[in-house]
Design a protein around this ligand. Structure first.
Ligand code: CUO
Length: 670
């Protein structure tokens, strides 16, 4: 659609851009007027696009229009960095509109979307602009490919208004013969995959403009956000009678789990490649992608990481030692792991995490002899669908944990908050019983119209099933015996009570299984305080509506600004693991630390800060001075063998259970 708006001003969603004739590609030039007329018919508003001197797109155009795009592939990264540069470099939003309109029909659509999104998020003059929901633009990355044929049929035959949602089957990627398939609802959840895509959009690891990459504690956040994904995945595994996830620590052993995504790329007009069970990683030599990488390269980088962690320092590119201390160590390691432009020495430590993604995603065609593209592990929007994602990141997390265990444990004095004691905690679902959390299925709809070339056009909805929990309240009874008003940072986690064999946990294992539910500041009066906190207030999650509702469907004027950054956040509907019909035994943990020691002084007015735990706050510092994951980020002090022995008076844990009810609630679209 050569002249459809690249992005539209608010309230002008039904607009068409009138582009200068010289913007059209050679293919469309002879029929320019016809095209303008044809799309112009449906338009409510016509927005003229000003003519500009044409940007140099030679580098961005090195990626073919029908190729798949991956930020993990170095060549693609460089190409994207160039296009981001072009979008960041123009002076006004009018110029940006023109450059984008010009580039849109020339460069690869996924590259275009990625680069423009990064630019929109980071340009001061556009960062409050709404961009359409990514899953609405590229539904093929999220939805069973069979749905699209049916959607086309529905759109061709049924007039808008009478169309019925197309039901996506509840679990369509495998059968019960594959026990990993029990986790389909987590791995293939649209909100979780959107969160992951958004996270990597907000925290790119390469750009020519350093400000895009150099953000407060980004390396540490890379570690923490992915550590939490693994902890959450393990709780889901326990909910499905599966042991904790294994680690991909031997690059020459077969990968037990296969994965057949059943996604078709509309851009590449190809199916996403699958990986059979027992596949091996193999040396890569793919001319087209300019990827040459041996397994021994990965192994060499791995040894250097462990050497750095064990020695307690890394060596930068000038040969200087940089200590991996408790203040900066984890952040440096995170940036090294992601080979971000902040890595101290890319020669020495290489590109371990990204190239692991690449090598896994090409295991079916390592030398391109079958002309196949990468599998789902190659794209941040799809990687979490594949069981191997969790093996890979469980192993990556081991390296970070090896560093954490080099630090001295927190002493009881450091952990305690003098004068503050937590005397009771309770979690209760609305209308439920104390210390029981309830989960169930829910159905929600996604508008496919923006992502498909329908003729005739108009909305078509896909209806899919996802996990949901009954909203709950956590109540705390806190005593302040300090004699004065105090400020506390309340840190709430949830973890499994027993391991996969039903045996009690050692603290050092259980701490890695704790998932963050919430974190907030509260004032504590002298004497007794009763605090209540709702599940929807969680600082880990974004609201349900932000995950699913296509912003263009919203009545104008409703809703929030800064969608782009705010799109990052764990989906509210996945806050609580599934649990079991008989109840998964869990432990709720609360700690109140001294906010005066945690406080970061900054102005948060007007920023998007409701999912800061996993996503940070845009243009601001991470809003907690403590290490991410505190107090569970380090092994316990000597003598801490269980959760109970870890507790100081300002902490408390409470047994609870998650009860899953196999019923489906329908959530009609707005
Ligand atoms: Cu998010 Cu491996 O970093 O996917």
């Amino acid at each position: 659609r050569p002249n459809e708006p690249v992005f539209t001003p608010k309230g002008k969603e039904n607009a068409v851009f009138e582009v200068p004739d010289n913007f059209l590609t050679e293919k469309y030039k002879p029929i320019g007027t016809e095209i303008q007329n044809r799309f112009g018919e449906e338009a409510g508003v016509r927005i003229p696009v000003q003519n500009i001197s044409q940007p140099d797109l030679r580098i961005p155009m090195q990626l073919g229009r029908q190729e798949n795009f991956s930020v993990f592939i170095p060549k693609h990264r460089k190409i994207a960095a160039r296009l981001i540069d072009i979008f960041m470099g123009v002076r006004s939003t009018n110029d940006l509109q023109s450059v984008a309109a010009y580039a849109r029909d020339r460069v690869n659509p996924q590259l275009f979307n990625y680069a423009l999104s990064v630019a929109l998020i980071h340009r001061p003059d556009t960062k409050d602009l709404d961009i359409p929901l990514f899953s609405g633009l590229f539904p093929d990355k999220f939805i069973d490919s069979r749905v699209f044929e049916r959607a086309r049929e529905e759109a061709t035959i049924v007039p808008t208004g009478s169309r019925r949602p197309i039901i996506i089957p509840r679990d369509y990627t495998a059968s019960d013969l594959e026990e990993e398939h029990r986790l389909w609802y987590f791995r293939e959840d649209m909100g979780i995959n959107l969160h992951h895509w958004h996270w990597h959009l907000v925290y790119p690891f390469e750009a020519n403009d350093r400000r895009i990459v150099d953000k407060d504690r980004r390396g540490e956040l890379f570690y923490y956000m992915h550590q939490q994904i693994i902890a959450r995945y393990n709780l889901e595994r326990f909910s499905n009678r599966l042991p904790r996830v294994g680690r991909l620590n031997n690059f020459r052993a077969p990968i037990p789990e296969g994965y057949f995504p059943k996604l078709d790329s509309l851009v590449a007009s190809r199916s996403w490649p699958a990986r059979i069970s027992g596949a091996y990683l193999r040396d890569l030599n793919r001319e087209l992608d300019q990827v040459r990488l041996d397994i021994s390269d990965l192994e060499r980088w791995r040894e250097r990481f462990f050497e750095a962690v064990n020695q307690g320092f890394v060596v930068d590119s000038s040969g200087n030692r940089i200590p991996l201390d408790e203040r900066r160590g984890i952040d440096i390691l995170g940036n090294m792991m992601e080979a971000s432009m902040l890595t101290p020495n890319s020669q020495l430590y290489g590109d371990l995490h990204n190239m692991g993604h690449v090598m896994i995603s090409y295991s079916h065609d390592p030398d391109h002899r079958h002309l196949e593209s990468f599998g789902v592990m190659g794209d941040s929007a799809t990687a979490m669908r594949d069981p191997v994602f969790y093996r890979w990141h469980a192993w990556i997390d081991d390296i970070f944990q090896a560093h954490k265990s080099m630090l001295s444990p927190y002493s009881a004095d450091q952990l305690n908050y003098q004068g503050i004691s937590v005397n009771a905690i309770q979690i209760q679902a609305d209308g439920g019983r104390p210390n029981i959390i309830n989960t169930h299925w829910q159905q929600s709809d996604l508008n496919l119209a923006k992502g498909m070339d329908f003729v005739p056009r108009g909305d078509v909805f896909a209806r899919f099933t996802h996990l949901q929990h009954v909203p709950y309240t956590i109540s705390l009874q806190v005593n302040n015996n300090s004699g004065a008003q105090r400020l506390g940072m309340v840190r709430i986690f949830l973890g499994p009570k027993t391991d996969e064999r039903g045996a009690p946990f050692l603290f050092n294992e259980q701490r890695r299984m704790m998932i963050e539910l919430d974190k907030f500041v509260t004032a504590l009066r002298p004497g007794e305080n009763i605090l209540k906190r709702r599940s929807v207030e969680s600082t880990v999650t974004i609201p349900y509506d932000r995950t699913f509702r296509n912003l263009d469907d919203r009545p104008t004027g409703a809703g929030e600004t800064s969608f782009n950054f705010c799109g990052c956040g764990w989906p509210q509907h996945m806050l609580i693991p599934k649990g079991t019909p008989e109840g998964l035994r869990c432990e709720l943990f609360v700690m109140i630390s001294n906010y005066e020691e945690d406080r970061v002084n900054q102005d948060l007015a007007g920023t998007c800060n409701d999912a800061a735990s996993y996503c940070g706050i845009r243009d601001r510092l991470y809003p907690d001075l403590k290490a991410m994951g505190y107090p569970f980020d380090r092994p316990g002090r000597p003598g801490t063998d269980s959760m109970n022995s870890f507790l100081t008076p300002n902490m408390r844990s409470q047994d609870c259970s998650i009860v899953f009810n196999d019923r489906t609630v329908e959530r009609p679209r707005n």
